[in-house]
Design a protein around this ligand. Structure first.
Ligand code: PEP
Ligand code: MG
Length: 362
């Protein structure tokens, strides 16, 4: 029985794949995620976040990077990270067997990789009071964490801003990606820059990235996330410097509504749902009237400047059926979602294509 069911599902999915126009990729960060994504039918990785490549034992190196007193020390920390990240990318490229892999360069604020401000403060204060121990490094780290502290970190030193403020950080990642791609036959890396708001930011990073790719002798698309309203409304300019767009609808929703994606639901979403201000959280289903208009505008203006611009979406909405339908209607090339949501995205993409045909023949 189970066997028949598996075969029937497989037949339906194959049929859906024959019908749909929208491609379906996965958000996957490790070779294990990538392998799972393949099993669910992913046609590539649309978002490989690289944050975990700075965590675990590598936090030590991030601390060295932040505490570096000059170019030489900073570069030493980056040089130590590069082969570790290269190995990570080799694993991911191998798992994807020649399918495209969009690697997003580091996005979160650096303090997320450092010890907690309160913990460090307590440790140093206790040591000063004579009832504990704190090293010189602890004291320097405390000063660095205080210096990096922000009231609104999600609107602060993250994404492309981090890449521009810390020399060599993005270059290290691009070199690791390029070296890995060189080692894996058929690898198709795409380099994605987060949180861009102005084409000038993208130009600066792209210039450095293309020089490194040329030096290593690897081809890769260089593109951007569209996740700030400004990037969306200046998409015509941004497309001059981007070979692809990927909508980060988590941040785009946050910034469009002015809702904190980390806090807002607990604070008042249930009341808003009760009041009918919206029927469903805009973080779950793409808000067509607001965020959706930005997606359409940026897609159209971007393609007007660059006709072969590849356009996708990699926010959580990429696996929500209603949002997938919208992405088809808006003419996107692909959606990227959690591996577990891929089958649903494949089916919904097919339904959207079928409803086009129905309205054609009506
Ligand atoms: C987004 O903002 O939609 C996105 C995909 O990036 P992240 O969730 O990592 O900010
Ligand atoms: Mg984002």
């Amino acid at each position: 029985h189970d066997d028949n069911l598996v075969k029937a599902v497989d037949r339906i999915m194959r049929h859906a794949d024959g019908v749909r126009r929208l491609r379906v990729r996965a958000n996957a960060d490790t070779p294990e995620d990538a392998a799972r994504a393949r099993r669910f039918g992913a046609e590539g990785i649309g978002l490989c976040r690289t944050e975990h490549m700075f965590l675990g034992e590598r936090r030590q190196l991030v601390e060295d990077l932040v505490l570096a007193s000059g170019d030489t020390e900073r570069q030493a920390a980056l040089d130590a990270l590069e082969p570790l990240q290269k190995a990570d990318f080799v694993g991911i490229f191998r798992a994807m067997e020649g399918r495209p892999v969009t690697v997003r360069l580091i996005d979160p604020p650096l303090h997320e990789f450092l010890p907690d401000l309160t913990d460090l403060s307590v440790k140093v204060a206790l040591a000063e009071a004579g009832s504990g121990e704190a090293s010189d490094k602890d004291r320097r780290l405390l000063a660095a964490v205080k210096r990096l502290h922000e009231q609104n970190p999600m609107l602060g030193l993250r994404g492309v801003r981090l890449g521009l403020v810390i020399p060599g950080l993005f270059a290290m990642q691009v070199r690791a990606i390029a070296q890995a791609a060189k080692e894996v036959p058929g690898a198709r890396p795409e380099i994605m820059i987060p949180l861009v708001a102005a084409v000038q930011e993208l130009e600066a990073v792209r210039e450095e990235a293309t020089a490194i790719l040329a030096e290593v002798g690897v081809d890769a698309l260089v593109g951007t996330m569209i996740e700030t309203p400004r990037a969306a409304v200046t998409a015509g300019q941004v497309a001059e410097a981007a070979q692809f767009f990927s909508f980060g609808t988590n941040d785009l929703t946050q910034m469009m509504w002015g809702f904190s994606r980390d806090d807002v639901e607990a604070a008042f979403f249930s009341r808003y749902l009760e009041l009918g201000i919206f029927g469903v959280s805009p973080f779950e289903t793409l808000d067509r009237d607001g965020v959706g208009r930005l997606v359409r505008l940026a897609t159209d203006e971007g393609r007007a400047v660059r006709s072969d611009l590849k356009v996708g979406i990699c926010g959580e909405h990429g696996g929500d059926p209603d949002s997938v339908h919208f992405c088809h209607d808006a003419g996107l090339d692909y959606v990227s979602c959690s591996p577990f949501r891929i089958p649903v995205a494949r089916l919904e993409a097919a339904r959207a294509a079928l409803s086009d045909n129905e309205s054609d023949t009506r």
